[in-house]
Design a protein around this ligand. Structure first.
Ligand code: GDP
Ligand code: MG
Length: 615
């Protein structure tokens, strides 16, 4: 069986880890997850101002260590974790906010509590729900965790914000609302129990009284001739647990520096010799209260362990999933870095290919270039103007020179055809550019859509640059190729085409015979129409061959070797350069670190519970 020490010690460790991660009661973050903190059993001390809360805590610890003064002294929750040590060991305190610093004397602990309170709340009388964690190691304590909360008030006094009454109430409730919270409800005996703030709150949040411990302080201050037996014996207000009466040090004792050990002795004597409470003496006093609470806390922890484990398991799953989504941390050596980079490149390449091959949109826009843009551009070429009667006559006459042609103007034809064909360069280059921009856009899109790459902005930029660099090369190659196609059309004309034209009977062109020293209009029309037919035939050919060249040089090449040069470059990099390439977005790194830390906490909590709970 797990010992009481190990169980409470376990919860103490988990609680501290929770605070380090910002997971504590009254969490303002408003996280929807049930926090581990909330699942942990704890004891919260509640009561009106000056009801004796701090005094009870101190007498449980057996030391003076809490700041004193008038007004609201406790302005942040104080999570007080008591650790029992071997007899003869020195006592000391330790704060979570100053790790590894031991506070051997209790006056320095008191000072640190007020300094640390002010660090968050300022000197004003503000309150904050960020807890202060104090561990006390001593042979004179029992293992117990208590949370001291600000005393409930009814009015804001000078210097306090109006909202304070409400704020304190909210903070106290955020602790005691949790079903795992044990409520230590402090009421002074010299006040009517019906007016107790602590009992009023406990009744609200724990109507059955199963997690409320009633503590009656100031028994020694009751009017002579009255006693608190009705309360202590449960007749005034019934709780599941027995009421415990307490006699703390009076203000006069404190002023006289009566030490806690003497006070405990005095308290024992008070009950032992009390005519009213003598029969209950063994179940009264702060020492008894400490043992009672410790034992109860142990039982509660033991019963909660299965549900805590379940919560931890569920949270671990959620955190693992989140970590997968963000990407796991990368191993430290150059090999791991290279592997990661190549892996990212492949992931990007997959997405890019899906865009081209279908599955993702965008590749169809390339077909759009061939099916719409190119034919439209070809159609718009100004052949009508170029092959107008006037221009044909001009070009032919100029080619003839001083000697007009005899039958057919060979030179004229060639010049007209050549100059017409050069018009095709425009649409050819435009197709290359249009496809280039589609590909560039797809690279950009694919980078954004590659989940794995999201965490590496530098690598994203590197891949984008490498992709675009390749696309530029492909564009240049494609441009040369399509211009070459056009050029090829000029370098050798299809003779057959003209032979066939020659045989066709001339429609609507009456007479081609020379009229005096000039050729007839019909003659030039015929030449224009011959050239025009030929150019249209070439246009058809190019409409088919330009897409082939563009796909061959740009699209197919992009699919095949977009990142080839990049791979070669990456392969020759040093470890330092590789890790620089994997430089992550800092906020993401932070988030991952945070999740990893949480995960570690939850996992170690699970291990600890496993090792402690089932012994
Ligand atoms: P808190 O505001 O609830 O933390 O109350 P404190 O613990 O500071 O106590 C308020 C005042 O009541 C102090 O002057 C204590 O000395 C005094 N006091 C608390 N408990 C007792 C008690 O049992 N007997 C006597 N005589 N005085 C007490
Ligand atoms: Mg107090």
């Amino acid at each position: 069986m797990a010992t009481m020490e190990s169980l409470i010690g376990l919860v103490n460790r988990i609680q501290r880890a929770c605070t380090v991660l910002g997971d504590y009661g009254g969490n303002e973050g408003g996280s929807s997850l049930p926090t581990l903190w909330e699942a942990l059993p704890s004891v919260a001390v509640v009561g009106g101002q000056s009801s004796g809360k701090s005094s009870v805590l101190e007498s449980i610890v057996g030391r003076d260590f809490l700041p004193r003064g008038s007004g609201i002294v406790t302005r942040r929750p104080l999570v007080l974790q008591l650790h029992k040590t071997e007899k003869g060991q020195a006592e000391y305190g330790e704060f979570l906010h100053c790790p590894r610093k031991r506070f051997p004397d209790f006056s320095s602990i008191r000072k640190e509590i007020s300094d640390e309170t002010e660090r968050i709340t300022g000197k004003s009388k503000q309150i904050s729900n960020v807890p202060i964690h104090l561990s006390i190691y001593s042979p004179n304590v029992v293992n117990l965790t208590l949370i001291d909360l600000p005393g409930m008030t009814k009015v804001a006094v000078e210097g306090q914000p109006e909202s304070i009454v409400h704020d304190i109430d909210n903070m106290v409730r955020s602790y005691v609302d949790k079903p795992n919270c044990i409520i230590l409800a402090i009421s002074p005996a010299n006040q009517d129990i019906a007016t107790s703030d602590a009992i009023k709150l406990a009744r609200e949040v724990d109507p059955s009284g199963e997690r409320t411990f009633g503590v009656l302080t100031k028994l020694d201050l009751m009017d002579k001739g009255t006693d608190a037996l009705d309360v202590i014996e449960g007749r005034s207000y019934r709780l599941q647990h027995p009421w415990v009466g307490i006699v703390n040090r009076s203000q006069a004792d404190i002023n006289k520096n009566v030490d806690m050990m003497a006070a405990r002795r005095k308290e024992r004597e008070y009950f032992a010799s009390s005519p009213e409470y003598g029969h209950l003496a063994s179940k009264m006093g702060s020492e008894y209260l400490a043992k009672l609470l410790s034992k109860h806390l142990e039982i509660v922890i033991r019963s909660r362990i299965p549900s805590i484990l379940a919560l931890i398991g569920k949270t671990i799953d959620e955190l693992e999933a989140e970590l997968d989504r963000l990407g796991r941390p990368i191993g430290g050596d150059a090999g791991a870095h290279l592997y990661t980079i190549l892996d990212m490149c492949r992931a990007f390449d997959r997405v890019f290919k899906e865009h081209l091959d279908g599955g993702r949109p965008g590749g169809d826009r390339i077909y759009g270039v061939f099916d719409n843009q190119l034919p439209a551009a070809l159609k718009k070429l100004p052949f009508d103007r170029h092959l107008s009667l006037q221009n044909v006559r001009k070009v032919v006459s100029q080619s003839d020179g001083y000697q007009p042609h005899l039958i057919a103007p060979e030179q004229g034809y060639r010049r007209l055809i050549d100059s017409s064909l050069s018009y095709f360069k425009g649409p050819a280059e435009a197709s290359v550019d249009a496809v280039h921009f589609v590909l560039k856009e797809l690279v950009r899109k694919s980078i954004n859509e590659t989940q794995e790459l999201k965490r590496f902005p530098s690598l994203q930029a590197d891949i984008a640059a490498a992709g675009n660099e390749s696309l530029e090369r492909f564009r240049e190659d494609s441009r040369k190729t399509v211009l070459r196609l056009v050029d090829m059309e000029s370098s050798y004309l299809t003779v057959d085409f003209f032979r066939k034209l020659q045989k066709e009977p001339e429609k609507g062109v009456p007479n081609t015979a020379p009229k005096s020293d000039r050729y007839s209009e019909g003659h030039f029309r015929k030449i224009g129409s011959d050239v025009s037919s030929y150019v249209h035939m070439v246009s058809e050919t190019l409409r088919n061959s330009i897409p082939k060249a563009v796909v061959n040089c740009q699209v197919r090449e992009a699919k095949r070797s977009l990142l080839d040069r990049f791979y070669a470059r990456v392969g020759s990099k040093e470890k330092k350069q590789l890790s620089a390439m994997l430089d992550e977005d800092p906020s993401l790194m932070e988030k991952r670190q945070d999740i990893a830390k949480r995960l570690e906490l939850y996992k170690s909590a699970r291990n600890e519970i496993d090792s402690v709970a089932w012994k």
